[in-house]
Design a protein around this ligand. Structure first.
Ligand SMILES: [Zn+2]
Length: 311
């Protein structure tokens, strides 16, 4: 199947609850969520990376009567999920973890200089309302629970959980059909977040990248991600014991062709995940920050050339 950026679509995972899926879900190409209730309240989950993509998102959700969201939630601070905040109406309240606000302000528009694309006229707009652990939005007809689950993919991950519909908007706590990345957060935290989501027993799960999952597919995707973490952890233990750097370990694994994930896109992320795994195996301070820009050259080395973004 080939995707073009005209193919973003709304996928109704429960009545009035939509995943906004942007194929094919790689770097800077994320999913959003749209939550509507009968009273006209709308909650948007995440924005996206460029002016063109955000205008397309707002046009698409206008079609389901959700063009003027009362609330937008940022699942974490990464630019693909937050660069569109500035295109939301001034009346929209944006909510995120305390660390999300800090992250948006700290990062600014730096990613536009690393991942080149036509971003349009971006402005930095962090969450207005922040929280540490959990917050419940009481829409007229049902609640929406914001649950802090990081550090995991990032330092400030929030899952958006609809307990009545049993729908989980996972942000980048879940990926479907590509390599996850947990370098900036915690490998063990990422695994724990998968357990927390599994324990909620969602009937639908909207990952931050890749198609929405329903029914038995939810457990399959969560189990696959847990197995992925265990694969990286084992590779890190063996490679660290053998004295290899994370890049050498990733290159050796790639050359062997043995990885069960060799056909997943964004394979360059393995080196990032190994860096985090090494920190957690060896470091007294497992919260030591690692950043994507810092490791970009190693990802380029592993990919064997420039890394594509379709933003
Ligand atoms: Zn992210």
């Amino acid at each position: 199947m080939s995707w073009t950026d005209g193919d973003a679509y709304l996928d109704e995972v429960a009545p009035g609850i939509y995943a906004y899926v942007q194929p094919h879900g790689g770097w800077m190409v994320n999913n959003c969520g749209v939550i509507t209730d009968g009273s006209g309240d709308t909650v948007l989950v995440d924005t996206t990376s460029t002016e063109r993509r955000n205008r397309a998102l707002l046009a698409e959700i206008a079609g389901v009567g959700a063009n003027d969201p009362r609330i937008a939630v940022n699942t974490h601070h990464h630019p693909d999920h937050t660069y569109g905040n500035g295109f939301l109406p001034a009346s929209t309240t944006i909510i995120g973890h305390h660390g999300c606000r800090e992250g948006v302000l700290r990062a600014g528009l730096a990613a536009t200089r690393e991942l080149l694309a036509d971003y349009g006229d971006l402005s930095v707009r962090p969450p207005d309302v922040t929280f540490a652990d959990a917050l419940t939005l009481h829409l007229d007809e049902f609640p929406v629970e914001l649950i802090a689950m990081g550090p995991a993919h990032s330092t400030n991950d929030v899952g958006v959980w609809l307990p009545e519909q049993r729908v989980m908007f996972a942000g980048d706590l879940a990926f479907s059909g590509g390599h996850p990345i947990f370098m900036e957060g915690s490998m063990l935290g990422f695994r724990a977040a998968l357990d927390r989501m599994r324990a909620l027993d969602p009937v639908a799960l909207v990952p931050g990248h890749g198609p929405a999952c329903r029914g038995e597919e939810v457990a399959r995707v969560l189990d696959e991600l847990t197995a992925y973490v265990d694969f990286v952890a084992a590779l890190a233990r063996d490679s660290h014991a053998a004295g290899l750097t994370p890049l050498e370990a990733a290159q050796k694994s790639q050359a062997s062709g043995d990885s069960p994930y060799r056909d997943w896109p964004e394979g360059e992320r393995v080196v990032c995940n190994l860096h985090r795994a090494y920190v957690e195996l060896t470091d007294d301070e497992p919260a030591r920050p690692l950043s994507i820009p810092q490791l970009w050259p190693e990802m380029v080395a592993l990919a064997g050339g420039p890394i594509e973004t379709h933003a």
